[in-house]
Each structure stands twice: as structure tokens, then as C-alpha cells.
Write a new protein. Structure first.
Length: 98
């Protein structure tokens, strides 16, 4: 089964999120771009209290780690996005997109 990850950020806004996606060549609104191998789905948004979350489902934790090493880590640094305050992995037992 796939693995899901939730990244929780503080002090990150949609502006920084969009900057990272621009550096990666991704358009989350249209779905166009050079999406990484192994990613099943991606969602991001902010909470009422100002936090920013990214939740993704991957074929494996290794696929996400490869993306972080090859492209995402550099894009986050270039956009000035701080390290997540919390990273939570979920061993998925069910995943369905109706």
C-alpha cells in the first residue's frame, strides 16, 4: 500500500507555496507540470490559525525521499521556506479517489 505524509509549516503562506511550485515547474491549480515519479496525489492549504499543511500520498516513502533529494529540498531552500515543524507519515490501509 502507499504511504502518506503530512508536512506542517509555521510562517508559510500561499505565496511561498506558489514560489516553490514555480521553481519545481508545477501548477497545482491545473495539474500541469513535471510532477514527481511515485506521487499519487497532493493537496495543500492553510488552517484557520495560520498554519500551512501539505499532504501527499506516495507509492513509497523512498519515492518521496528521492524527490526531496533531487528537487524539492533545493526548491524549498530557494523559496526561503523553513523546515516543517512536524512531519507525520501514515501507513495507508485504504486509498480511494471516487
Amino acid at each position: 500500500m502507499p504511504a502518506a505524509v503530512t508536512l506542517e509549516f509555521e510562517g508559510v503562506t500561499e505565496k511561498e507555496y506558489q514560489a516553490v511550485n514555480q521553481k519545481l515547474g508545477l501548477d497545482p491549480k491545473t495539474g500541469k507540470g513535471d510532477w514527481p515519479t511515485g506521487m499519487i496525489n497532493h493537496m495543500a492549504g492553510h488552517t484557520d490559525d495560520g498554519g500551512f499543511f501539505v499532504t501527499e500520498v506516495w507509492e513509497s516513502q523512498e519515492a518521496q525521499a528521492a524527490f526531496m533529494e533531487s528537487r524539492l529540498g533545493a526548491a524549498l531552500a530557494e523559496a526561503g521556506v523553513p523546515t516543517p515543524v512536524r512531519v507525520t507519515w501514515i501507513n495507508v490501509v485504504a486509498h480511494h479517489t471516487p
